[in-house]
Design a protein. Structure first.
Length: 263
């Protein structure tokens, strides 16, 4: 299937590893030029070289802390200086710390809001005017199954990612007349570095092993296995494509059937 992405410019955040890296690679294979970012210059530059070498894509790497608005401005300026525009925005940030409500300070809540919500708002604010002007754009936010079915011990993620969902759903209706779509993808338990951290946290809290934590998750999943980053990346690429031009305002799980709700 030709997704109609060849020649498009995509910005994928949090893309040195994990889900963001898999999405960047998938979009590169579909013919996009890429802007990728993470907080560490060495890791994002290495990712850019590897993606470019494997796909032939034109890849710009920028070190940026998405909780810092001036860094976002610098990221967007570098993207426009190199490519002139951003057609596809994929927002992806690491998850906040796990733990119950009383374990999180006011500062932890402020950091979670800056990391998960304000970063998305600031990135969208930077790319949306040109998308509307060109009458074409794709915004895809990587959120979590936690916004549909809260995960115990992840109160920060449950609360703040739900706010991203509300923002995106409202924005989708506002920008639909301009040919801009806004969708969310909800990864389930996927084999990434973040999942390793959660497994270690759960194992320590319960006095069991990391392998026991993985097995507990797999028992909850109808497919009885963890997801792979490439499986989520394929959906993101489709939502970013010309073929998905009539899909907007949705939140789609990639979770092996973990969410039990009807809709």
């Amino acid at each position: 299937m030709d997704l109609g992405l060849r020649g498009r410019v995509a910005l994928v955040t949090g893309s040195s590893r994990g889900l963001g890296r898999a999405v960047a690679e998938e979009l590169a294979r579909e013919g996009c030029a890429l802007v990728i970012c993470s907080r560490t210059a060495e890791s994002i530059e290495a990712a850019a070289q590897e993606i470019s070498g494997a796909t032939g894509a034109d890849v710009l790497a920028v070190a940026a802390d998405l909780t810092n608005p001036p860094d976002i401005e610098r990221l967007l300026r570098a993207a426009r200086d190199r490519f002139g525009r951003i057609d596809v925005l994929v927002t992806n940030t690491g998850g906040p710390p796990a733990g119950p409500f009383e374990s999180h300070s006011p500062e932890a809540w402020q950091q979670a809001v800056a990391q998960l919500l304000e970063s998305v708002v600031n990135l969208v604010r930077g790319v949306l005017p040109q998308m509307k002007q060109r009458q074409w754009g794709r915004i895809v936010n990587i959120t979590s199954i936690a916004v549909k079915q809260p995960v115990d011990g992840l109160i920060l993620s449950n609360a703040v990612r739900a706010a991203v969902t509300g923002f995106a759903r409202t924005l989708a209706n506002e920008v639909a007349p301009f040919g801009v779509t806004v969708n969310n993808v909800m990864p389930g338990y996927t084999r990434t570095e973040r999942l390793v951290q959660l497994a270690e946290h759960n194992a320590q809290a319960s006095g069991t092993s990391v392998e026991d934590a993985y097995m507990a998750w797999e028992r909850q999943i109808p497919m009885q296995r963890l997801g792979e980053p490439e499986e989520l990346a394929a959906l993101v690429a489709f939502l970013a494509s010309q073929r998905a031009s009539y899909i907007t305002g949705t939140s789609i799980p990639v979770d092996g059937g973990w969410i039990r709700s009807l809709v």
